[in-house]
Design a protein around this ligand. Sequence first.
Ligand code: FAD
Length: 457
Amino acid sequence: MRVAVIGGGPGGYVAAIKAAMMGANVTLIEKKRVGGTCLNVGCIPTKALLACSELLMGIKEAKSYGINIDGEVNADFESMMNRKDKIVDQLVKGIEFLFDKKGVNLVNGFGKLIDKNKIEVSKEDGSKEIIEADKIILATGSVPIVPPIFPYDGKKVITSDEALYLNELPKSMVIVGGGVIGCEFGQFFRTLGTEVSIVEMADQVLPFEDKDIAKQLQRAFKKDKIKLLTGNKIQSFKIKGNVVVANLEGGKSVEADVMLVSVGRKPYLENLGIEELGIEVEKGKIVVNEKMETSIEGIYAIGDIVDSPFLAHVASKEGMIAVENILGKDKNINYTAIPRCVYTEPEVAGVGLTEKQAQEKCIDYKLGKFEFRGLGKAQAIGKFQGFIKVLADNKDRIIGASIVGPHATDLLSELTLAVHLGLTVEQVGDAIHPHPTLSEGLMEALHDVHDECVHSV
Ligand code: FAD
């Protein structure tokens, strides 16, 4: 079976490797570098930079741990950026190495569908190659949304793509959009010394999450002196000399050296040939069934171009489902237990339903909650802000969980498994959890669902 994949992000490259491992003859077409948004301008570089700001925050708090640091501690922005680039380069090489070992044929160039079984690849040197395949997977990802009112120039008004390649630390930055990307960048730049303002239309940052969760992060932002302008919309702008001036609807205005627009992303489907082939698209996204197959038999679509959360792990899972269906298995995608992670300090993570969603859906739920400050481990490591909350339905099944606090993103996996398998509060809460760990907080929150939590008052 010949399988061709267009796009080498976490959707496409995982699908390609999986297909090769299952015995297919695989070609992957990528116009830039393998790894896609996630590896080159998304998940990995942002986390590499956040690791620097987290360490810096830790060093600044060293005195409270009995560690005296003589002399000034300061951040070397250029070295941080270089470190981030090295990590990305190494991981890109890692994928290329895996392609070699597993037998994926990588073709560099821009892929366009010319019929159900043919892709035309336009290469940098101007040449063209036709790739023929029995099945095709589209995985072309997404690009930042920049609404026309923003005078985007990639220098003063930028997106996350440019924020990762700034030559120097801006003195001030206004971030439009307090979602995951806005919050992560906001905290990184603020920790390094930039004056940061975040303008968010909703009345909280991370609008998808519950209010009590967002409040914890907002408290940390206020402590860091990040200016939060929630419930505010930008009406107009001016670039005055070297300064960007954003006028807000209520009459206020914010000035900064740089404006970062992080209001969302949109599928990248340009020149892919989907209209010519009649592939169904709805609201800018490719329509697929539970097998990840488009309206044209034999052509599949995965990742940020379909109607599912814009997350790397979702793209990879969809890629695997597509490949399994292509190669004779019968698998359906299941979006019940998608982990959501925000790598700020404190971290925020969630899976399944939020409390807000459970209420909107009129679900009869019970809630268990536990504060990190009640844990010996949290006190020992000096990180005790935040809490864990767990939602269970009337059959005692865990249907959602949200965490704000230390290592929330790593802690989430136990509850992700619980939601994925439809486990009950008793099944998970009965398990012995190691002491002293932060995971004891999960157990305590589960016990709290039945008012049986030993360590809460
Ligand atoms: P992409 O990763 O966008 O890859 C698509 C690839 O296709 C690209 O390499 C592109 O060059 C190529 N391509 C496009 N068109 C063509 C064509 N016609 N021919 C050839 N090649 C083509 N997600 C998380 O899960 N965790 C995070 O922490 C996280 N952090 C993020 C931080 C930032 C700043 C951003 C911007 C995103 C972040 N994301 C995160 C989201 C994540 O990066 C995306 O959801 C994920 O990369 C989507 O994968 P994909 O394979 O669908 O597409």
